[in-house]
Design a protein around this ligand. Structure first.
Ligand SMILES: [Zn+2]
Ligand SMILES: [Zn+2]
Ligand SMILES: [Zn+2]
Length: 318
């Protein structure tokens, strides 16, 4: 079977798992969809591999081989094929585009479903089917020059479209309920719309009341029925939202986007926006003593920079 045929079989099996009434098959649905997408990506790398290179672009290891004419040909070595990160790297250097944001959500859910979630439900898997549809549709049209419909066949495509419609409808209702609330900062609203339930992984999170302050209401997961207080969602959602920026600032230097809130101690303080996402505390960002800007790592809510705090402490103890 070709890689492309394998990909279509995997996706078909995944959708059959979804249609089954046995909820245990939701795990294999997720695995099959993720595998199907990865195979679709590998199919593209296979197409681009030079002839006689033993499909170099899909092999983890590539070795130079001297040709009769004195030239060098890079040839795939061994059976191991590229992993997710290698696919991303090769796509980047070959200028192949894919919807990595949606793809990462699919892969992350596949990884988390077996280890973290205590609840397994159809709604959270519908989100993954909807994201998969987005990835497959874009990739087949943009990179394989074929419609997803002709690639996957009418039956599969119909299921994907139906699930996508159900999910999008539910998701927009949830976003609407969040939109009616007043958040301390718009970025917190954005983080809430991306937040996934800690129990089941669904992002169908809605507020229990509308038209009021976001920090005064509680939130429910439409998929598993879990209920969460504002601070719980805010701390995870905002932390998650800035995780990548925080990682990059540690790696490449630059200001930390968020710090622990010195006021409530449990909230995530948005340094750039100057407000705690949990308690709404707005700290002083320039030192009350020397007027210098206080960097995030010295921000302790006292209003003084690290140096002035240290000097004040020293004087007190003398
Ligand atoms: Zn849930
Ligand atoms: Zn706080
Ligand atoms: Zn100072």
């Amino acid at each position: 079977m070709s890689i492309l045929e394998n990909s279509v079989v995997s996706i078909t099996l995944g959708l059959e798992d979804y249609k089954s009434s046995d909820d245990r098959r939701l795990i294999s649905c997720t695995r099959n969809l993720a595998a199907g997408i990865l195979l679709l990506f590998k199919h593209k790398l296979e197409l681009l591999s030079p002839p006689d290179s033993n499909e170099a672009l899909i092999k983890q290891k590539v070795m130079p081989v001297l040709q009769a004419d004195g030239g060098i040909l890079w040839v795939g070595d061994g059976r191991k094929t590229v992993d997710v990160q290698q696919i991303k790297d090769r796509f980047k250097s070959l200028n192949i585009s894919a919807d990595w944001k949606k793809f990462d959500e699919v892969i992350r859910y596949r990884n988390d479903i077996e280890h973290y979630y205590s609840q397994l439900n159809r709604e959270s898997v519908e989100r993954i089917i909807s994201k998969s549809l987005g990835v497959i549709r874009d990739f087949s049209e943009n990179e394989l020059e074929e419609s997803a419909l002709s690639l996957l066949g009418e039956d599969n495509w119909k299921v994907l479209l139906e699930v996508d419609e159900i999910y999008e409808k539910e998701k927009s209702k949830c976003v609407e309920s969040l939109e009616s609330l007043d958040f301390f900062d718009p970025v917190i609203f954005e983080a809430f719309t991306q937040y996934c339930c800690s129990e089941c992984g669904s992002d169908l999170i809605e507020s229990d009341s509308s038209d009021t302050n976001a920090n005064l209401v509680s939130y429910s997961c439409k998929a598993c029925g879990g209920s969460f207080g504002y601070e719980t969602v805010a701390a995870s959602a905002v932390g998650e939202h800035f995780a990548f920026d925080a990682h990059m600032s540690v790696k490449d230097g630059g200001d930390l986007p968020v710090v622990d809130c010195p006021e409530c101690l449990e909230g995530v303080y948005l340094f750039q926006q100057g407000i705690c996402s949990s308690c709404g505390f707005e700290g002083e960002h320039s030192c009350v003593r020397c007027e210098a800007q206080i960097p995030p790592e010295e921000f302790d809510g006292s209003g003084a920079c690290g140096y002035c705090s240290y000097m004040a402490e020293k004087i007190m103890h003398e």
